[in-house]
Design a protein around this ligand. Sequence first.
Ligand code: FE
Length: 130
Amino acid sequence: MRLSEQIQTADWKKEKHAPVIEAPETVKAGEAFTVKVGLGKEIAHPNTTEHHISWISLYFKPEGSNFTHQVGHFEFWGHGESTSGPNKGPVYAEPQVDVTVKLNESGTLFAMAFCNIHGLWESSKEIKVS
Ligand code: FE
């Protein structure tokens, strides 16, 4: 059995755990652009002390390469925890991030999200460098 076989995927329009990657279709080599990655664009995922998205990682695999690079790892720590009890806290981190990226080669962006109850979920988006 392999960990990669446990990673689920689905259409983010129908499945609240599938991460959404928003980025341009084409970018210029070496020029900064924004990648927006998160959950809940169509269907909100719960954000409670008991059930939440713990982290999202973003990766990039250049076309024709065997190797995948990690772009960033984003942890979400505020889920309503409090001395008054669960879900009574003052802060909630929503599972959404913007990251500024530069690419020198075309390839594929991958996002992986971890729900503390429902495990690992991935999605991908191709991006061309002109
Ligand atoms: Fe979940």
